[in-house]
Design a protein. Structure first.
Length: 464
């Protein structure tokens, strides 16, 4: 929106080399809007605009750019400007940038940092990838238990400007161990001679630096917090994690799950930035697996070829059998995967889930079976009345075969779709790999077996 409105004006100032006008224009916008405008410019013009921004604004704008845009801007900066931007960045955003870069580039950028900032950056990078430690920032305000409100306020005025947030103040002991957290409103309202120990109740929620980011998401949701402290194994306060970091993690996790549910490996880059070969590589493996699985369908049909030659009418309903089972399995797997991602269920609930899906499968299969049976009977009667081509004189048996097969296939698809994600989770694998296409292919093959077995039981001595 902003790019559409101001793009021509900005391009005109760039062409006229009106750097003072550019600086003034971008200084009027919030950093996030300025980043949006810059990213929409061609690469050479991005560099021009970014160089004329004040250092503080440049660092804020840089944090809101996507990783690929950040890399391009870094390449266009001088060493002095890159150093200024990197030193001004918040530690968690800087870590997110560095972990996306190759090792040699990280070493070069770390060399541009001040000794203090370099130490912070190296500490955060030492935590495992995907852990809370890489998301936290050491910029927070902590106070002592025996301080008065007056001392706390003076401390905040002195050091608060460097803090990531001032919504929560953390209480620590002389060894830096977390005692409690106090909301800022609890500090502002009491008399100034009130002691901190009179405000807190030693009831707080904290994350470990080694916790997985996915674990942190569930804790943020459970306790409805905007900020959580991060401690080490001995309870010492190391930093804080804010909800905006969790939103980024949640977006990445959801994107990966959706891509895998669609039958593709997760993309490492945004779709428009991903090269063609990456798109092919991420999709071809699953397509080959599903294609080979689909070939098993042909094998099943070949094994029952004699039955099909005797009762050609069975071929009419094969697409319906395949689609009913696949759709039921896809529905069940999607529901279970989503429920697991929200923390509503775990693999330990498999028996309860089995019971629910068993009942659901019977009811859903029964409804579709009844519709299928009535379809066979109704079509037979219509064709007989209109002088068309009816199925066979054994149409009731054919309808019963179709209905029983649909019931069995839907029931099997529902149970398989529900249990497979739980099994994968139990084995330590990503449940999203039991994607809808995978479950559908599995149920397609077994569904035909169920169909032909039902035909053998009911139609033997009639059509077979």
């Amino acid at each position: 929106m902003l790019g559409t409105l101001l793009g021509p004006e900005i391009k005109d100032m760039i062409a006229r080399r009106d750097f003072a006008g550019l600086r003034e224009t971008f200084s009027e916008f919030p950093a996030v809007d300025a980043a949006e405008l810059i990213v929409e410019l061609p690469e050479d013009e991005r560099a021009i605009v970014f160089r004329i921004l004040p250092h503080a604004l440049a660092a804020d704008v840089f944090e809101y750019c996507e990783p690929d845009a950040q890399e391009q801007l870094l390449k266009a900066m001088s060493s002095e400007q890159a150093a200024a931007v990197l030193n001004e960045m918040s530690p968690d955003d800087r870590t997110a940038l560095l972990e996306e870069l190759p090792g040699n580039a990280v070493a070069q950028l770390l060399a541009l940092l001040t000794p203090e900032e370099r130490k912070v950056a190296q500490q955060l990078l030492n935590y495992p990838e995907g852990s809370v430690g890489r998301l936290m920032t050491p910029d927070f305000v902590s106070v002592r238990d025996g301080w008065s409100i007056q001392q706390v306020l003076e401390h905040i005025r002195k050091f608060g400007q460097d803090s990531e947030t001032l919504n929560v103040i953390y209480v620590t002991d002389e060894r830096g161990r977390l005692i409690d957290d106090v909301r800022i409103r609890e500090v502002l309202l009491p008399p100034t001679d009130t002691l901190v120990r009179d405000l807190h109740d030693a009831s707080y929620v904290a994350l470990k630096a080694t916790d997985l980011a996915e674990t942190a998401i569930s804790i943020f949701k459970k306790y409805d917090r905007n900020t959580l402290p991060v401690t080490d194994s001995e309870g010492r306060l190391l930093g804080i994690v804010t909800v905006d970091d969790m939103l980024d993690v949640q977006e990445a996790e959801t994107t990966e799950d959706i891509q895998m549910l669609g039958g593709t490996s997760a993309l490492e880059d945004p779709y428009m930035d991903a090269p063609i070969w990456e798109l092919v590589k991420k999709r071809v493996i699953w397509l080959v697996v599903l294609f080979i699985g689909g070939m098993l369908t042909a094998t099943v049909i070949t094994n029952f070829q004699v039955s099909l030659e005797k009762a050609v009418v069975l071929t009419i309903f094969m697409p319906l059998i395949i689609s009913a089972g696949g759709n039921a399995g896809s529905q069940a797997s999607t529901l279970i995967i989503r429920a697991m991602s929200l923390g509503e269920i775990t693999p330990r609930d498999w028996l309860k889930i089995m019971r629910k899906e068993l009942i659901s499968g019977v009811l859903l299969g029964g409804i579709l079976a009844l519709i299928g049976f009535l379809r066979v009977i109704g079509w037979q009667n219509l064709q007989s009345a209109w002088g068309g081509n009816p199925y066979t004189v054994h149409y009731v048996a054919v309808g019963a075969t179709f209905g029983i097969a649909v019931l069995g296939v839907v029931l099997w698809g529902t149970i398989a779709g529900a249990m497979l994600p739980l099994l994968l989770k139990r084995l330590g694998l990503d449940p999203a790999t039991s994607s809808a296409p995978f479950v559908a292919t599995l149920v397609d093959v077994t569904g035909l077996v169920i169909y032909f077995l039902a035909a053998s039981l009911i139609l033997t001595g009639k059509l077979l």
